[in-house]
Every structure is written in C-alpha cells, then in structure tokens.
Design a protein around this ligand. Structure first.
Ligand code: DX5
Ligand code: ZN
Length: 225
C-alpha cells in the first residue's frame, strides 16, 4: 500500500519573532513541522538550536521533523530526540558512523533520518537504509531557504525508491528545497513521499490552503487521489 504524502512546512520561512503562532498556523493542515537547525559551521547560515526547539515543543502538538545541518551530530542529535522531536535527521557528510547514531536516536524514542546534500552521491548509503526511518534528499544545496529546485537531484530519489521497494523497507523518502506547486509532482513521480516546503507555505497568503494544494498535487501523482 502506498503511504499518503507527508507535508512538512519549514519554519525557516516563517516569522521568527512569532514562532509559536507560525507553527500553530499549520496545525491541522500539515503532518510535521520541519525545523532547520544550522550551526554556521556545517553550513554558513545560523538559525536556531536546542533551547528554541525545547520551548517550541511545549507550544504545539504537531510532530517536529528536525533537520540538523550541523557538524558533530553525534554530540548534539540525541538531545533533540530527548526534547521530543518526532524525527531527527542528520547529514551523512557530517557523521562517520551513521548507523550508530541512528540506533542512538531510535533508542531515545525518535525516528532516525539521514540527509544527503546536493554534492553527495546516495549509492554508498543505500546499504544503510534499513537503519533509518527517513532519507532526506536535498533538492538544493543545504543552507538557505528560497533556492530554486534542482530536478537533477531526482535520480537519487529514484535510486532510493527502487531500493526501498525491492527490500520492502518502511522508509519515508523526503525531499527538501524548492518544493512548490510547480515542482512537487515531479518529486512525487520520482518516488518521494515526504515533502518539505518553506517559501511555498509561509510565503503564501493562506499557509493552510497552500499545504492542502501541495498535498493534493502529491497525492494525485502518487496514485492516491
Ligand atoms: C535549507 C533547508 C530547507 C529550507 C527549504 O537548507 O533545509 O528546509 O527551509 O526552503 P524552501 O522550501 O524555501 O526551499
Ligand atoms: Zn531542511
């Protein structure tokens, strides 16, 4: 059975002075809130960290999809799981033992996610997929919202989809970067079933309506509508 699409608005595109309200604005419409943690080392940008996630966790019931764009995730990632994140994703490029960290995250009660940045091939990680609940393929270079979607990343999505289907893995294949009404269908077609959207949701006049539209487009392409 095909799983229904997950829509995960990225709060990176929201108004940081009103974070709790911005997250509540997508409750009921979105599946997860995508939280981009950037440390000014792994990526040049700097966003939010653990104290903000801990506070925000208390302000909403929506599951958090934490995307760690940080060096040394072994040191920091478990605390996000302990803070109540539903899924904690760290970058393959930043971790020398992804399987060990995935196990730690799972035993801390979270789903474990592995992210693959624009310039990283996915083949070396296909063998590790059984240890993960989500595999995030960047469809831009990680670091900033508002960049243009890169369709040439979809080959990686197809490779992961093939492997997940053949091995009957329970894996969400997530795409992140430039996902909007004009790009989500090709990502769904390639095999993605979880979609991060920052600008397309928080830049819209009605974020909940934008989410519904994205969900409809993805579901139709996944053969669900
Ligand atoms: C960028 C982040 C993305 C970003 C997506 O490194 O990982 O989650 O917020 O923003 P849009 O949807 O605007 O490309
Ligand atoms: Zn992200």
């Amino acid at each position: 059975m095909t799983a229904s699409p997950i829509i995960a608005p990225s709060i990176l595109a929201s108004d940081f002075s009103r974070l709790a309200e911005e997250v509540r604005a997508i409750e009921g419409a979105a599946d997860w809130a995508h939280v981009d943690v950037m440390d000014n080392h792994f990526v040049p940008n700097l966003t939010i960290g653990l104290p903000v996630v801990q506070s925000l966790r208390k302000a909403t019931s929506i599951p958090f999809d934490v995307h760690l764009m940080i060096t040394d995730p072994q040191r920091w990632a478990p605390a996000y799981a302990e803070a109540g994140a539903y899924n904690v994703t760290f970058h393959a490029e930043a971790c020398d033992d992804p399987v060990a960290l995935a196990k730690t995250l799972r035993s801390a009660g979270a789903k474990a996610g592995l992210a693959i940045d624009r310039d990283t091939p996915v083949e070396p990680y296909l063998e590790l997929l059984p240890y993960f609940d989500t595999l995030l393929i960047m469809t831009i270079k990680a670091g900033f919202g508002g960049q243009a979607f890169m369709p040439e990343m979809l080959g990686k999505v197809r490779d992961v989809r093939r492997r997940a289907d053949v091995n009957e893995l329970e894996l969400r294949i997530e795409v992140d970067g430039g996902i909007a009404a004009d790009t989500i269908e090709q990502a769904a077609e390639a095999g993605a079933d979880a979609f991060v959207a920052g600008t397309a949701v928080y830049g819209a006049a009605d974020p909940a309506e934008a989410i519904r539209k994205l969900r409809g487009l993805a579901a139709a392409r996944m053969g669900l509508a």
